[in-house]
Design a protein around this ligand. Structure first.
Ligand SMILES: Cc1cc2nc3c(=O)[nH]c(=O)nc-3n(C[C@H](O)[C@H](O)[C@H](O)COP(=O)(O)O)c2cc1C
Length: 265
């Protein structure tokens, strides 16, 4: 496909969400139409998570040096504290702060305008004290909210177009976007910002998993509508990016077995 706006929808979007001096940047926001800044599921089973902290032995230099994608997971049970720590370090709430005169969440990943459009969901398998299932991470209270009971890893391997490493992973974290949280303020450019936000969280997942001796690989290829359905997302939310987390026998392995990049559908 030619990379010009007439033939390529991505190029068309990119140009139409570009800032240019000839076009005034619209800074007006309508507070009456502002979406909620967090999500909680009403009346569902909840799993409390152990308190998160920043007690990590590995230095940042070591975590960066050893960061790699891992796909050869060994399925064995994972302490809940590990999953808790992973969620806290990647997208937990450290506290509150002020952004542009407003109280906002304070988190380990940056977010355009402090609006945090990404919600995390996690499919669990053999996590101690958690029935296998799919959960929403309620970051405000650092707890899991049950979405679907039962093991969904085989289904997720199929929905990611055959990425079988999911079958032996303990957790598949799905980064989902509530685009309107950011587009409400930044319009179409907010769409770009939301994807960038997810990238930051993805790197936090890689580095914190590695620092805890776990393996991680992110996944961009999946059947979107079907993953959205599995997570029971509302129509204003979309799955964007997955991270598969599991255990392996090579602590801080530098090189993982690679899949051909042509498989990233
Ligand atoms: C946006 C994005 C999408 C990716 N999608 C997949 C994927 O669908 N399947 C997979 O096995 N790896 C996927 N990866 C991992 C890359 O293949 C991997 O990062 C790359 O080969 C470099 O290897 P390294 O992470 O070990 O340094 C993805 C990475 C990114 C950043």
């Amino acid at each position: 496909m030619a990379y010009d706006a007439a033939h390529c929808p991505a190029r068309f979007f990119h140009l139409n969400s570009s800032n240019a001096r000839a076009k005034a940047v619209d800074l007006a926001v309508d507070y009456d139409t502002r979406p909620r800044r967090f999500k909680s599921l009403p009346s569902v089973t909840r799993v409390a998570l152990p308190k998160g902290n920043f007690n990590i032995q590995q230095t940042l230099g070591e975590a960066l040096r050893s960061r790699t994608s891992t796909r050869d997971f060994k399925l064995r049970s994972l302490p809940l504290a590990r999953l808790s720590q992973l969620l806290y370090l990647s997208h937990g709430i450290r506290g509150l702060k002020t952004v542009e005169g407003e109280v906002a969440f304070d988190r380990c990943a940056p977010s355009a305008g402090g609006l945090y459009p990404i919600e995390l969901y996690v499919a669990t398998q053999q996590v101690q004290g958690v029935p296998d299932g799919v959960y929403h991470y309620d970051a405000r209270y650092h707890r899991l909210e049950e979405v679907v009971r039962g093991n969904r890893h085989a289904e997720l391997a199929e929905l990611t177009i055959g990425q079988d490493m999911i079958r032996t992973a303990n957790a598949v974290v799905v980064m989902c976007a509530v685009f309107q949280r950011t587009m409400w303020k930044y319009g179409s450019r907010g769409y770009r910002y939301t994807l960038l936000d997810a990238g930051h969280i993805g790197q936090n997942l890689y580095l914190s998993a590695g620092a805890m001796g776990l393996g991680a690989v992110t996944i961009g290829g999946f059947f979107d509508a079907e993953v959205n359905r599995l997570l029971k997302l509302s129509s204003d939310e979309d799955a964007l990016y997955l991270a598969c987390i599991g255990q392996h026998d090579r602590p801080h392995a530098r090189k993982a077995k690679r899949r051909p990049s042509t498989l990233h559908k």
